[in-house]
Every structure is written in C-alpha cells, then in structure tokens.
Design a protein around this ligand. Structure first.
Ligand SMILES: [Fe+2]
Length: 380
C-alpha cells in the first residue's frame, strides 16, 4: 500500500497512506518489528537479537521512502530497517485491530437457520479450494456442516487425517454418544442436554469438536446451536460489570468416573484487552464450586443468570435434526450445542465425537491459502 508522507515525531513515526489513513508507530515498536542485519538467524529466520540489547531511547536518525511502499529507517544505533506500507497498515495497533480469530468471527442469531453452512463431505476431502471454504466458514460462523459422509464408525478420525490430527482426551480419540446403562454424563441418557461447550473441565478445552451422526432412528433428539459470541456481546452491552465478573471469577468444572477425574478452574468468559470476546466455557452440568472476592459474587450471579437466559433463548438458537452421514464441526470456544430429549425406546441414536485444536485448523487454512494463493489478512 502506497505511503504519501512520513513524519518523525518525538516518540513515534507518523505514516500516512494514499487512502488518507494515518497512524503513529512508536520508535521502539517499529525497530522491534523491523529486521536489521544480525537480528535473525541466517538459516531459520528466527529472532536472535535480545530485546535488552536495543537502546530504550532508540530513535530514527533518518526515515525516508524507498519507492512508494517501503520505509527505510536508520536508527540511532546505526542499524537499518525496512518496513512495508501494506504490512504496517494491517498491523496498526489502534483499538479493535487485534490479530487472530476475533476479526474473522461474525456473530449470528436464530435467522442463521435459513442458511446453514452445508458442505459436501467428498468435495471437502477432494478439493482444497472447497476445504478452505469449509474451514473459513468454521472460523467465521463457529460451525460448519458436512453432509454425505459415510455412516461408518471412525469417520471423524479419517476426516481429521485430511485436515491435520485429533486431540486425545480422557475419552480417547473418539467417543460414542448413545444411551449407556450406567451413565455418568447426561449425554449418555435420552434426557435433554442444555447448551454447553464440551470439556469445560480441561485447563484448555479442545477448540474444535466434530459430531458425526451414524444412527438417528429415535424420535426427538434434535440439535440446537447458539452463538456464545453474540450472547456475550449482548451481556457486555447490557451490563458491563456483570460481563467483567464472568471474566474474573474462576469456576471449577469436573468430569469424572471410575477411570479419571479431570477438573479445571477457569472464568466463564475470556476477553481481550479491549473487552472483546475471545472464549466461552459454559457447562452448567459440569459446573462445580467457586470462591472469589465478595464484591464479585453478586455481579457474577447477575451475569451468569443473564448469560444463561440468552443462551437458552430459542430466538438466539438454530435448531435442526442431524441425519446419518452428517458431521457437525464446531468452534468449541465459541458455539454451544444442545440436544433435545429423545425417546430411547422409539429407536437407536448413535453419534461419535472427536476433538481437534483450532491451531490445527488455522495452520491448515494458512497452508491452503499459501498453496492456492488465496490470502485473507484476517488469518495471515
Ligand atoms: Fe456436548
């Protein structure tokens, strides 16, 4: 992106682009984000310069344009760096310009049911371009649906092999969801399962959950999804104090049986530096005790009550029936899932679930973007 003006100020360099936009970059930030001779390892391109080796009062001796898009700076330590105008524009540190998942996510409500993001399983496996669309949809909407997958056990593992790899958890790599005689989790009964994120009992719950429908013969048992991002945004707009309490109170979650007892204490919501939503961990069924500062108890319960209302409000949910051969992929740090009650005596219902880290998905997206020369600055 072409630069039209540079101005060295006391502590910053002011850059103006040809679209009229302008931003100030602190000298130290600019030097830290530039590359001078000896800063990087010659082979690996990893950083080898120690930050404490940079002068804290470093400032430009010269700053000039090389062509239209490159800034050349000679620093007070006589080192020289070059900065690309387009890269700087994409990395302005103005509020709300954070990198990562946040800028690629788009909140939704019940109207989403009119355009459920279905993808053909075979196309996603065989076409890299369609696989990229499927994965970008998972990041943007927090869920994507595959249709036409084999109704065979282990298909989640085979799908994962095309994208990356699964994360193993206490259940193993795959977990069957069907009625079990000695259930220790509501999912293994035919009772209603309210909106929740999976595996809230882990210090770092899996970022992506795959839910593969193999058999759906019983009456009832429809799936509901709700966007935790939209609900958290509503709560923050309505009651900032309550929202903040949910980011501060560490609540313990637990899943245990005879073979394991996995617990973690963590806030219900994680927010970024501007208070923006980053992550939700919500499982009323697995929620246990918490202790916190007395001043936080009332705002916490106010926030938890309102968040629970928003997540259980049908006006915020999409509602559909998974069919055999369909795989639901969910951003488990954002979208909550629920299941209506079903009648186990009316027929069988069998699903398999598997977990993956969102890092694996994002890595796959970047590799596909590189290969297909189809870049998106939000995931770069
Ligand atoms: Fe679940």
């Amino acid at each position: 992106m072409a630069i039209t003006a540079l101005q060295v100020l006391e502590r910053t360099l002011r850059v103006t682009w040809d679209d009229g936009g302008a931003e100030e970059f602190h000298h130290l930030w600019l030097r830290d984000h530039g590359v001078a001779a000896g800063d990087l390892h010659a082979d690996t391109r990893e950083r080898v310069v120690d930050f404490h080796a940079l002068q804290p009062d470093l400032r430009p001796l010269e700053a000039e344009l090389e062509g239209e898009e490159t800034i050349r700076v000679v620093w007070s330590d006589r080192r020289e760096t070059r900065h690309d105008g387009g890269w700087l524009r994409a990395h302005t540190y103005a509020p709300g310009r954070g990198t990562g998942l946040g800028s690629a996510r788009e909140p939704w409500r019940a109207e989403m049911v009119e355009h459920l993001p279905f993808f053909d399983y075979r196309e996603v496996v065989e076409s890299e371009a369609i696989q990229l669309r499927f994965l970008r949809g998972l990041v943007r909407d927090g869920f994507s649906l595959l249709t036409g997958a084999p109704s065979a056990e282990g298909e989640v593992e085979r799908l994962a092999g095309h994208l990356g790899y699964l994360r193993e958890i206490c259940f193993g790599r795959l977990r069957d969801i069907r009625v079990e005689p000695s259930a220790y989790n509501i999912a293994f009964t035919d009772d209603v399962v309210k909106p929740h994120t999976d595996l809230a009992n882990y210090a770092w719950p899996p970022g992506v959950q795959f839910l593969h429908c193999l058999v759906q013969e019983a009456s009832g048992g429809e799936t509901r999804l709700v966007d935790g991002l939209a609900a958290a945004n509503d709560l923050r707009a309505e009651d900032r104090e309550a929202f903040d309490a949910l980011t501060r109170v560490e609540v313990e979650f637990q899943i245990s049986n005879r073979d394991y007892d996995v617990r973690a204490a963590s806030p219900i919501l994680v927010a970024g530096p501007e208070g923006e939503f980053k992550m939700i961990r919500f499982s009323n069924q697995a929620r246990r005790s918490f202790v916190c500062h007395p001043d936080l108890v009332e705002p916490f319960y106010r926030g938890y009550r309102r968040l629970s209302e928003l997540l259980n409000d049908a006006g915020n949910q999409v509602h559909f029936r998974l069919a055999p051969g369909q795989i639901l992929a969910m951003d488990n740090h954002r979208v909550l899932h629920a299941r209506d009650a079903f009648n186990a005596s009316s027929g069988r219902r069998h699903l398999q679930i598997g977990s993956m880290e969102m890092d694996v998905v994002m890595s796959r997206i970047r590799l596909l973007e590189r290969k297909l020369n189809d870049r998106d600055t939000r995931t770069a």
